[in-house]
Design a binder for this molecule. Structure first.
Ligand code: GDP
Ligand code: MN
Length: 386
């Protein structure tokens, strides 16, 4: 598997290697974003940090000229759902006044079994689309990993792509550096799209992608640290989970899952998948699931915009089923309206008492784990059909 760095992390790696990047600062709240913009100076680009491309088109990138616009843009982008990803932080970046957008990238050509360097003057847009519509617009140069990229190979790719003479040297040098990074860092892809060209013939990496082979992370402690950060940075829910002391992992789906015990939660996840649903999270409330913990867990899944339904899978052990049921009732009674349908399945100590206590005006009670999961998947599907 390959893991993807955030743009700001990939840019850091590129900048450290000497590739020109715009001045930028990471922010995870609106005030922080505005402060960063003031420090950098307007205009700035405010860019959602999610590990997915096409953010521009999806509304995750805004250019702003003053404080008011910066505040508005940061407020809009932070917390938004971008192609199924929650935006927990933005990169505030000096806007580049560009005349052209290029593409440069290194990837593994599986057919040839060799890395390939690619250059195109059709940067700034979806490069896969360019490859499909106009394959000749991308110059390619295969590299023998035993020898690395020769300078003439970089120059040839840049020349073949039809890059302007005035910047050819700088683009070649960026490409060479990118290959070295790719090689040193066990890169699966390293890509700059766009590599912006300014009116005075400077080139600057306005976007940065770096995918790393997960199996190589043990050789790359610095990148491994970045990965851990990428998984948690700015994600309010993950911070909340830390505060509550829950084991929590955010996933891409829309069925919220709450359980006690890692094995039980994993089983629930697998079943959601089995019944055609997509888990929104892994949430283990741990032992001793008292009312307050239940309420905190509900708070977590309810505040995840991606969640459309919730399934509780609780096994009564130390905490008895009737206590859990009371906790669920108490937590849900606080709402005038339950934000998302909740399905509960109890097992273990005092589960029958628990089932009787549960207020069926607030939750759907199911006897088996299978039926509970099926019900939750159905609810989530109904929301999506609307
Ligand atoms: P992506 O959509 O996720 O690939 O994000 P990019 O960082 O590649 O940005 C997409 C597009 O937004 C770029 O091709 C530019 O047209 C525009 N953009 C991004 N940063 C800047 C900037 O600093 N200045 C200007 N003028 N446009 C920018
Ligand atoms: Mn891009």
């Amino acid at each position: 598997m390959a893991m993807k760095l955030h743009e700001y992390q990939a840019k850091q790696v590129f900048a450290d290697a000497g590739i020109p990047t715009p001045a930028s600062q990471l922010a995870s709240d609106v005030d922080g974003a505005v402060a960063a913009a003031e420090e950098i100076g307007y205009p700035v680009a405010i860019k959602a940090q999610v590990q997915v491309g096409g953010r521009g088109k999806a509304g995750g990138i805004k250019l702003v000229d003053d404080e008011e616009e910066a505040r508005e843009a940061a407020d809009e982008i932070l917390g938004m759902d971008l192609k199924g990803y929650h935006v927990g932080s933005v990169l505030v970046e000096e806007a580049v006044d560009f005349t052209n957008e290029l593409y440069v990238g290194i990837t593994m050509d599986r057919g040839e079994g060799k890395p390939v360097a690619m250059v195109s003057t059709k940067g700034g847009v979806d490069i896969e689309q360019v490859a499909e519509d106009d394959p000749d617009a991308i110059a390619r140069e295969h590299i023998d990993p035993a020898f690395g990229m020769h300078p003439y190979q970089a120059r040839k790719a840049v020349y073949d792509a039809g890059v302007d003479q005035a910047i050819a040297r700088d683009v070649s040098s960026v490409l060479t550096t990118l290959y070295q990074l790719w090689d040193d860092r066990d890169g699966a892809d390293a890509e700059i799209n766009p590599l912006m060209v300014t009116a005075d013939d400077e080139v600057i990496a306005a976007d940065a992608v770096m995918n790393i082979d997960e199996d190589a992370l043990f050789r790359q402690p610095e990148l491994a640290e970045m990965e851990a950060e990428a998984a948690s940075t700015g994600d309010e829910l993950e911070q909340k989970a830390d505060e509550y002391g829950f084991d929590y992992v955010r996933l891409d789906g829309n069925v919220g899952i709450i359980g006690n015990g890692a094995g039980l939660v994993m089983t629930t996840l697998d079943l959601v998948d089995h019944y055609g649903g997509e888990p929104a999270n892994f949430l283990d409330v741990g032992g001793g699931a008292k009312a307050e913990r239940i309420a905190n867990a509900l708070d977590m899944v309810f505040s995840d915009d991606n969640v459309d339904s919730v399934v509780f899978n609780i096994f009564g052990g130390i905490t008895r089923g009737d206590e859990v049921a009371k906790g669920i009732n108490e937590a849900l009674e606080q709402f005038d309206e339950i934000p998302k349908p909740v399905v509960v399945r109890l097992a273990g100590t005092n589960w029958e008492e628990g089932m009787e206590i549960l207020n069926e005006d607030l939750v759907t009670v199911e006897q088996t784990l299978e039926s509970a999961v099926q019900r939750a998947v159905e609810y989530a599907g109904e929301v999506n059909d609307q």
